[in-house]
Design a protein around this ligand. Sequence first.
Ligand code: 5GP
Ligand code: ZN
Length: 112
Amino acid sequence: MSGCVFCKIAAGEIPAKIIKKGDGILAFADLNPQAPTHLLIIPTIHIGSLNDAKDPQLLGTLLAFARDLAKEQKLDTRGYRVVVNTNPDGGQTVFHLHLHLLGGRPMEWPPG
Ligand code: 5GP
Ligand code: ZN
């Protein structure tokens, strides 16, 4: 989708530190990391938010991709957090579906 920053990253039109590529999935480093490891996992097709994700198989694939990536980043034993902010109250600022993978420090609960 024109104007979408994550579509532009998926198309290679703006730079990002790409960490892992899958079939229709991309993981890259967050520009403003909130933890020692902070990666974003996106579908390469434009889906605005979790509300717009009609394909449960894609959602499962994204989650499994995040889990595999966490293991590759050696976060699996100590632990990590996967977050999907959705719409304004959820704290979503980029309206292209993405999973945050956060790790490398203890996470707090409840989140802010
Ligand atoms: P949200 O607030 O929508 O859940 O998360 C959006 C995330 O995208 C934020 O953590 C923000 O730092 C990150 N972000 C925004 N613009 C860019 C960008 O151009 N490149 C990268 N790598 N991350 C971005
Ligand atoms: Zn997009």
